[in-house]
Design a protein around this ligand. Sequence first.
Ligand SMILES: *Cc1c(COP(=O)(O)O)cnc(C)c1O
Length: 390
Amino acid sequence: MTSFRLTEQEMNDLAARIPTPFMVASLDKVEENYRFMRRHMPRAGIYYAMKANPTTGILKRLASLGSCFDVASAGEMKQLHELGVPGSRMIYANPVKDQRGLRMAAACGVSRMTFDDESEIAKMAEALPGADVLVRVSVRNNKALVDLNTKFGAPLEEALPLLQQAKEAGLNPIGICFHVGSQSLSTAAYEEALLVCRGLFDEAKRQGMNLTDLDIGGGFPVPSADGLGIDLAAMMESINKQIDRLFPDTDVWTEPGRYMCGTAVNLVASVIGTKFRGEKPWYILDESIYGAFSGIIYDHWTYPLHCFGKGKKQPSYFGGPSCDGIDVLYSDFEAPRLKIGDKVLVTDIGAYSTVSATRFNGFEIAPTVIWEEQKESRASEYEEENTEAV
Ligand SMILES: *Cc1c(COP(=O)(O)O)cnc(C)c1O
């Protein structure tokens, strides 16, 4: 699967009309990613983890395709509610919930939640009596870029006692969830977690608790990252096979975040300054590590950078516009000689990027435009020009 990538011409056409820096999101690419997962994991329902990228257009497209959503806060629930997504299509998958979130869940009709500690039970039972709950367990994976099993997940031996306690508190224990960690390169981690969960489901049954739902979380990778050639189809198919084998009668769902939007967005930025330091060229871009590039820090990510000059390439540094020394984006990156005003393109920057951007130093957060809308308005401009010519 290829990532969405503007051509140099398309990038320049957009930059002629829209001031840089800006993000360009392809909703068709998001749809392709959604359909790809549906096709390769037909057994699994999809709950898009909107924290990865809550751009309205992306949420709307996914909602129209029938996707459900993983939400973690009052703000996320409200945003979906205002787009007309019913609470029945949301799971409140933050193991520790605040009062604002619980009140919003009640108001939006969200009645499915996850938890990983006893201290959460009374809160849930009071705010949403009778709600469906899943216990989140901690699973092993040393092949994920982002660890989600130190802060999250109950030890396995606590899972069933927690579900029993939830039941006694008037909640409805329906299943188990886990998250193998984000950008997981390991299929084995899912398969091992599935085996562990099968054991828990069987034990639950012996204890008279009939679990019906299994939530296998997110973690599905952006396949092109770091030049890795991850075979996503094979990865999903082998997970699906394991689901079929171990959970033939269970409602299974996934919570992809990064996978769904990571490959669907480009950033267009401009060179706003140049200098030489110790023989090495430095280029200052108009987008910051405090902006869309924040994922370099928060998400441990390196985004593919594309430069378009024709000159000989040499190791170069790229920095952001802020007055902070940490604002360095690329080091020793092989780039042709660039000048002020040149545009650069960054791909695979759709997940955990603008969503964690700040206005540090007074720089605005880069807006996101929708590629398919831009193409359409461009096409109608052409039409107008041509009509005028006739
Ligand atoms: C962040 C998160 C996700 C999405 O993770 P990705 O690795 O981006 O797919 C899914 N589920 C939960 C509970 C999360 O916190």
